[in-house]
Design a protein around this ligand. Structure first.
Ligand SMILES: [Ca+2]
Ligand SMILES: [Ca+2]
Length: 183
């Protein structure tokens, strides 16, 4: 047993298509550093996803095949930042879960189980653009009985209308990976 890690490509994420109920997309954006670049190098430039403060928004990573050495678990390791200056003490609330399809199972009508949430505490009057790391150990329900070799889609969203999601302005998602227990 060891810890396996799956890295998700931020540029490869897919926004929700806006159909149905609260199936709203986050906005993809390219963040360019305002700092002074080195004489012989570029500006730090990266893809991020921006999540609204009041309306739930979502992206999906997928699909990927669960590694053959997957045994159990699934803990998301996340880094976000606040796009705007915060007023007082605030949190972001994120939500996530997997849809796992075992070969032989119907693909077209697949649905996600109930997602899990994680509350991400920000510093008091946190300045804009400060990165915060968070961790979400997905429950058995949110893991959707995933097994080695399954096809998997991971969704990540901001639970913007959650009572604890008091953070002002957009939440920017920078990084997502998933750790699991190997065979
Ligand atoms: Ca919600
Ligand atoms: Ca909110």
């Amino acid at each position: 047993m060891a810890t396996g890690t799956i890295l998700f490509d931020m540029a490869g994420a897919v926004p929700a298509d806006g159909t149905g109920t609260i199936n709203n997309p986050a906005q993809g954006s390219i963040l360019v550093s305002t700092g002074t670049q080195p004489a012989n190098g570029p500006k730090v430039t990266r893809p991020v996803w921006l999540f609204d403060p009041t309306t739930d928004e979502h992206i999906s990573f997928g699909s990927f095949r669960m590694p053959e050495n997957y045994a159990s678990g699934g803990t998301l390791k996340i880094i976000v930042y606040n796009v705007t200056l915060q007023s007082g003490t605030n949190n972001f609330v994120m939500k996530a879960c997997l849809a796992a399809i075992t070969p032989g199972e119907d693909v077209l009508a697949k649905v996600f189980p109930a997602p899990d949430t994680v509350t991400i505490a920000l510093a008091t009057t946190q300045a804009a653009g400060i990165s915060v790391a968070a961790s979400l150990a997905l429950s058995a329900t949110a893991l959707n009985s995933v097994a080695a070799g399954d096809d998997v889609v991971l969704f990540v969203g901001r639970d913007a209308d959650h009572a604890s999601d008091t953070g002002g302005g957009d939440m920017a998602l920078m990084d997502v990976s998933m750790e699991y227990v190997t065979t």
